[in-house]
Design a protein around this ligand. Structure first.
Ligand SMILES: [Zn+2]
Length: 265
C-alpha cells in the first residue's frame, strides 16, 4: 500500500478528439482566477465516465459520510461560479484515501479518505482541491499535452499518485498501466497543476468559512499516512516523497493570502 489501481475505464477514453482551447490561469498573489471552459466533448466524456463509475463501483450508503460531503460541497459551491458546471459529489466504497474530479464538475470521494480528512475543514481542503482542478480546467491541459501519445488517458485525479515530477510519474504510471494489463497511459496532473489546485482549493475553503490552515494539516496527515504504509509495495516515487514537504511548504507560504479571505461561519 498504497497500491496503484488502474481503472478499466481507461480504454473507453481512448481516441479523444482534441480541440485547442484557451488556457485557464490562477494568480496566487491576488487569488484571481480566469477559468476557461473545457471542450464540450471533454465535458460529455466526464459525465459519461461518472455515470459508468456509479454503475460499476459501489456507491456508499454511509449516512454520516454522505451528509458531510453534501454539507461541505454546498458551502464550497456557494463561493464558486463556473459556467456549465453540473456539480455532483458521490461517495464510493473504496478503502484507498483518494478523491477525484471529472470535467463537468463530477467529484468522487472514497470512503478511505475520511480517515485522513477527519473533519469538515479537512474534507473542504480535498474537495476544494478537486473543485480547483475542474475550475482551472486541468483535464483539458492534460489531454492537450497527451496529443501525439494517441492512446487513452485517464481523467481521474489520484491524490496519491500526483506527487512525482512529471516525467518520472508518467513513466512509472505508464509501466504500471501496462503491468496491470490495461491499455493506455495514465497521465497524472502536472506538479504545477497540483500546487495550483492546493492553493486555489485553500482559497475556496477560506471563502466558504473553513480555516485554510487545516489544508496544511490535511496534507501533513497524508504524508504521515503514507510514511506508515511501509515501503515495499509502493513505487519509488511514492517511497521517497520529499515532494510532500515541498507541497506542504508551498501551501504554507500561500496561507496568508487565503487567511485574508477567511471569515469563520
Ligand atoms: Zn490533484
Amino acid at each position: 500500500m498504497p497500491r496503484r489501481k488502474f481503472s478499466p475505464l481507461i480504454p473507453s477514453l481512448a481516441a479523444l478528439v482534441l480541440a485547442s482551447c484557451a488556457v485557464s490561469s490562477f494568480d496566487p498573489a491576488t487569488g484571481e482566477v480566469r477559468a476557461s471552459a473545457p471542450s464540450s466533448s471533454l465535458v460529455a466524456q466526464g459525465l459519461q465516465e461518472f455515470e459508468k463509475m456509479k454503475r460499476q463501483k459501489r456507491v456508499s450508503t454511509n449516512a454520516t459520510y454522505n451528509a458531510q460531503v453534501q454539507r461541505v460541497a454546498d458551502r464550497l459551491k456557494s463561493v464558486i461560479s463556473i459556467p456549465n458546471a453540473r456539480w455532483e459529489f458521490v461517495v464510493f466504497e473504496d478503502s484507498t484515501p483518494n478523491a477525484f474530479a471529472l470535467p463537468g464538475g463530477k467529484v468522487g470521494v472514497h470512503t478511505g479518505l475520511f480517515q485522513i480528512t477527519r473533519n469538515d475543514a479537512g474534507l473542504a481542503a480535498v474537495l476544494g482541491h478537486e473543485i480547483a482542478h475542474v475550475v482551472l480546467n486541468h483535464s483539458q491541459q492534460r489531454v492537450n499535452q497527451a496529443t501525439g501519445v494517441a492512446v487513452g488517458t485517464i481523467l481521474l485525479d489520484t491524490i496519491l499518485a500526483s506527487q512525482g515530477a512529471d516525467g518520472t510519474t508518467r513513466a512509472v504510471a505508464a509501466t504500471g498501466a501496462a503491468a496491470a494489463g490495461t491499455l493506455g497511459v495514465v497521465l497524472p496532473y502536472s506538479r504545477k497543476a497540483e500546487l495550483e489546485s492546493d492553493k486555489l482549493g485553500a482559497l475556496y475553503m477560506a471563502r466558504a468559512g473553513y480555516d485554510p490552515e487545516e489544508a496544511v494539516r490535511l496534507w501533513e496527515r497524508f504524508a504521515e499516512w503514507r510514511a506508515q504504509q511501509g515501503q515495499g509495495s509502493s513505487p519509488e516515487f511514492l517511497r521517497t516523497h520529499p515532494l510532500d514537504q515541498t507541497r506542504i511548504g508551498a501551501l504554507r507560504e500561500f496561507l496568508p493570502v487565503a487567511q485574508r479571505e477567511y471569515r469563520p461561519r
